[in-house]
Ligand binder design. Structure first.
Ligand SMILES: NC(=O)c1ccc[n+]([C@@H]2O[C@H](COP(=O)([O-])OP(=O)(O)OC[C@H]3O[C@@H](n4cnc5c(N)ncnc54)[C@H](OP(=O)(O)O)[C@@H]3O)[C@@H](O)[C@H]2O)c1
Length: 260
């Protein structure tokens, strides 16, 4: 039997979310896949059903739109079959001076990277806690470990998500539910192109594959870990972040990321 008989993955139409969905299907999980691009989700559902014989439900939703997010919440709260694993993966970034970027951009990042995971986590726990069983994998980022000038809102949303996950992990771990924060470093996906981020400034060896990140995250939530940082380089970076005062790191990172 699959570790997670039914899993709901947001942002399953590309990148890390897609890789997580593929791995879960290979393990025998039935899936609910969520994103905005219906064609991609339908193609994924057909591929995974044909290859692994699993049931894949397509739920097209823009999770920054309250009514569409509510449909995903409803699926978690009352839909059948009940969801055993929630993967809050849908997310976006962007780079540039905060004050010069459109306010709607920041508003959207907070809705997508913070509000949606909070609401979906609450809906999922309403059902998981009484059942005494479940997992929640929140795809955060190493970007949330330090303040990042010119990436201020994105880094802050991921800091929120990591802190939120750690706190909930402690609240629910004795009730059969595992909450895990996954903190990837640079991973080859559509993320940078979508956010207008220049990928060429990042050296080749720092790039991770989405499948490697997916595998590490799924192993961590299955083992009941609070946090997972895939890749030895990023584990060292995370350890250094943990002992570096923000007063220092914001200056160093500001110089690297280009403050005026
Ligand atoms: N790539 C990296 O270097 C990296 C590093 C650390 C953390 N992360 C995190 O990893 C997660 C996945 O990103 P990725 O790298 O796999 O990027 P990606 O390839 O761009 O995938 C992002 C996914 O989120 C979905 N999405 C975006 N906006 C949405 C919305 N409003 N409603 C519903 N779904 C939405 C996209 O689907 P649709 O466009 O079809 O809606 C897509 O499936 C994000 O949370 C990101 O912050 C990425």
């Amino acid at each position: 039997m699959a570790r997670w008989p039914v899993a709901l993955v947001t942002g399953a139409s590309s990148g890390i979310g897609r890789a997580i969905a593929v791995r879960l299907a290979a393990d025998g999980s039935d899936l609910v896949v969520v994103a905005r691009r219906k064609d991609r989700l339908e193609a994924l559902a057909e591929e995974l059903h044909n290859r692994h014989g699993v049931d894949v439900e397509v739920l097209v939703a823009d999770v920054t739109v309250p009514e569409q997010l509510a449909a995903v919440e409803d699926r978690l709260r009352t839909g059948e079959p009940a969801v055993d694993l929630l993967v809050n993966n849908a997310g976006a970034g962007g780079q540039g001076p905060f004050a010069e970027q459109d306010l709607d951009h920041h508003d959207n990042l907070v809705r997508l990277n913070v509000l949606a995971p909070v609401r979906l986590t609450h809906a999922a726990l309403e059902r998981m806690l009484p059942r005494g069983h479940g997992g929640i994998l929140n795809v955060s980022s190493i970007a949330g470990l330090q303040p990042l000038p010119n990436v201020a809102t994105y880094a802050a949303t991921k800091a929120y998500l990591s802190s939120f996950s750690h706190a909930l992990h402690e609240e629910v771990r004795h009730r059969g539910v595992s909450v895990t924060a996954l903190l990837p470093g640079f991973t080859r996906t559509e993320f940078h192109e979508a956010g207008g981020i220049n990928r060429t400034v990042v050296p080749g060896p720092l790039w991770m594959k989405s499948d490697v990140v997916a595998k590490a995250g799924l192993r961590a939530v299955a083992r009941g870990r609070a946090q997972c940082v895939p890749g030895p380089v990023y584990r060292v970076a995370a350890a250094i972040s943990g002992v570096t005062p923000w007063a220092l790191s914001r200056r160093v990172l500001g110089a690297v990321l280009g403050t005026p």
